[in-house]
Design a binder for this molecule. Structure first.
Ligand SMILES: [Zn+2]
Length: 484
């Protein structure tokens, strides 16, 4: 008997018999059925219904509301009985209307632009004025320029403003808007960062808050032209923007639950945001993620027997304005979060899958390894990354110390479509999309069925250490979701 065998035998005796039921190979017959159900399923057709049938789904817009009703009906059509719309509120509603603008002098030419999200309309007939560059939005720097800014259109040099990082720039930007308003600035323009005058939909403030002045993003080349002309002399531009704004607005998350067959009070959650920006139809940001949640619900119901623990299926609103729906859920469900064993999130597009991001948790990486090797490797999803972000809806659950994983896929082509008019169905590779879905489905089943929870919750201090390492603490404290 060699030493290795002796160790193996002693381990054998140490493992309770039940634990064998959670070996990856023991679960494989069921997870194979799940994966086959996904690969043979209607993901692309369902995505077409959402992306082409409903279109872009800006939070709280009529299209978003339609998408929540459509998704709830889908869950019910799969035989899931416990389906709810769960409301939360956002400070302001916003709907895009029309935007146009032109340089009047020294050249006469149209400008490639769009309204900034959560910005109001210009007065009827639009505004026109000379352009003044602002590259430093620190309160002191702006106060001394108030007279100079009166009656002007501010060109916000965001490349310089953001150079110190979003976390440090955001508080200054927030305080700059009221200063602009007080100084009598007519409107604000800011350059996009991508060539060919391509526009990326975005807003300026965290949390669906209105900015007080009309504001537009402007194509990169048009912005550079304005900057060069400003070196030669005055530049005059004209802007006309028409949007609809409203006060505090209710938004619904869609939440469905498949009750666990043995321990229904313990639960795991599979989530993705249903809202999108509105230039494209939100096919990959985050139509593919949202359809994954629906599809996994469908495939789990087809198994005929629910896994041990309950599986909650959540479609969030308000993600694009600061993960608002998922954050609201962690607040509303605070009293039962201790029963949440894990959260799986999907929101990085439908690129070729790699595996899971475990958000800075070494212990979770270690715990996942046997499942990654035993079940996910053959699905192209066996890799694990310690990368930590607060860029999508796993974030609020990470703050609660819950094991939260974000699907990790190849993103080398993602930013060609992200928040752009090209985020449409034709860019989705059906096979990569389904491969990602299958990885989420199999992981979800393994976590919900496993005898023991995948990994423990970690305490507030341990979460703080992860955030500090990822340099996220300052930003999250500033936006009010984290207290050290
Ligand atoms: Zn997204």
């Amino acid at each position: 008997m060699n030493l290795r065998r002796a160790v193996a035998l002693s381990v054998w005796w140490a493992i309770p018999v039940l634990a064998w039921s959670q070996q990856p190979s023991e679960m494989k017959p069921v997870t194979d059925r799940l994966a086959a159900s996904i690969y043979n399923g209607p993901s692309m057709t369902t995505l077409g219904e959402l992306a082409d049938g409903i279109g872009g789904r800006l939070t709280a817009s009529p299209a978003y509301v339609r998408s929540t009703e459509w998704a709830a009906a889908k869950f019910r059509s799969y035989g899931i009985e416990n389906v709810r719309l769960e409301p939360f509120t956002i400070p302001a509603g916003w709907q895009r209307g029309t935007a146009s603008g032109a340089m009047l002098a020294p050249l006469a030419r149209p400008l490639s632009l769009a309204s900034l999200g959560w910005a109001p309309s210009t007065p009827a007939g639009g505004v026109h004025g000379t352009v003044v560059t602002v590259a430093d939005v620190a309160p002191d720097a702006l106060r001394s320029r108030e007279d100079e800014l009166r009656g002007k259109i501010v060109f916000l040099d965001t490349a310089k403003i953001m150079a110190e990082g979003y976390g440090k720039a955001l508080p200054k930007l927030e305080s700059a808007w009221p200063t602009f308003q007080k100084a009598g600035v007519l409107a604000v323009i800011m350059p996009d960062r991508e060539k060919n005058n391509v526009l990326n939909a975005h807003d300026s403030l965290w949390g669906a808050k209105l900015v007080p002045l009309p504001a537009a993003e402007i194509g990169m080349e048009d912005a550079k032209l304005i900057q060069r002309e400003l070196e030669r002399g005055p530049v005059t531009i004209q802007l006309t923007i028409e949007n609809k704004t409203s006060g505090e607005t209710t938004v619904n998350n869609v939440v469905a639950e498949i009750r666990g067959s043995e321990r229904p009070d313990e639960w795991m959650l599979i989530g993705a945001h249903l809202d999108s920006w509105d230039f494209g139809t939100g096919a990959q940001d985050n139509g593919t993620g949202a359809i994954s949640v629906l599809e996994i619900g469908r495939a789990l119901m087809l198994l005929g027997k629910a896994p041990r623990r309950s599986v909650r299926l959540a479609l969030w609103g308000g993600e694009e304005q600061g993960l608002l729906g998922s954050y609201a859920y962690t607040q509303t469900h605070q009293s039962e979060l201790d029963k949440c064993v894990a959260v799986l999130n999907t929101d990085n597009g439908a690129g070729h899958p790699k595996g899971w991001k475990v958000e800075g948790r070494e212990d979770l990486k270690k715990a996942m390894q046997p499942w990654s090797d035993g079940l996910l490797k053959d699905l192209n999803g066996g890799d694990l990354s310690l990368d930590t972000t607060y860029d999508t809806d796993h974030g609020p659950f990470v703050l609660q110390g819950i094991p939260a994983l974000d699907l990790w896929v190849d993103m080398s082509h993602y930013f060609e479509i992200h928040h752009k008019s090209s985020d449409t169905l034709d860019k989705v590779d059906g096979l990569d999309f389904k491969a990602g879905e299958a990885i989420v489905a199999v992981t979800a089943y393994a976590i919900a069925q496993s005898e023991t929870p995948i990994a423990p919750h970690i305490d507030h201090q341990a979460v703080g250490e992860i955030l500090k390492k990822a340099k996220l603490e300052g930003l999250l404290e500033h936006v009010g979701v984290w207290k050290p």
